[in-house]
Design a protein around this ligand. Sequence first.
Ligand code: ADP
Ligand code: MG
Length: 255
Amino acid sequence: MTATPMVKAEGVHKSFGAVQVLKGIDLEVAPREVFCLIGPSGSGKSTFLRCINHLEKINGGRLYVDGELVGYRQQGNKLYELKDREVAAQRRDIGMVFQRFNLFPHMTAVENVMEAPVQVKRETKSVARERALKLLDRVGLADKAGNYPSQLSGGQQQRVAIARALAMEPKLMLFDEPTSALDPELVGDVLDVMRDLAEEGMTMVVVTHEMGFAREVGDSLVFMDNGVVVESGDPREVLTNPQHERTKSFLSKVL
Ligand code: ADP
Ligand code: MG
């Protein structure tokens, strides 16, 4: 028997008005897997992550996280939209890190990391602070706990953002081009944190242009183009021996 997939997409469709962005995505992410998603700009990568995290609603197909339908309950053949409270409960288990770090500018690093556990989980400040300090230590920022975002580099802000997502103890982490907005010399520290997280067994879906990371850390890789999965498999296989013209052409531009 295989474990319940952490993410399962079956024929997922998403349109914005008349524009079809996801045209039937099928994929599975196993627990503890590092699942990399690559593809040209506009292919639907961010939209797919946003659907997993309830930031967009799908128009067709089925999307499951850890065996639960995202945003819906099924009774017989009918789907019922979940109530806000139930959606919030599903979202709580998913951490997301964006290209732009989106830290609260008026809060220090440690306050940023404490915020959700205190506000959403009603944790006491002392418990939340203790965990936040541990998490900041884990991302290499123990000495920056009292700094405001403006007093941190982009790479440090992104590591605070990762700690902030981890503070909710998610079972799944989504990364949307987490290093794309960083100066090149700051990319490595963020990738190292993600690598550690992978080694600790976190399930991660990572949209990235860092092919080195995908090759070394990824367990699976999907190449998406124009709203469909063109090719998928072991990252080392797909990156060295792509089977489809579109994959070859994309890789020749980014590698
Ligand atoms: P990627 O992350 O692969 O670059 P996106 O998922 O951001 O791609 O976007 C895929 C397509 O969906 C693009 O053509 C984009 O313009 C369109 N799109 C994304 N979000 C919206 C939206 N809220 N309204 C209309 N179109 C959107
Ligand atoms: Mg994107």
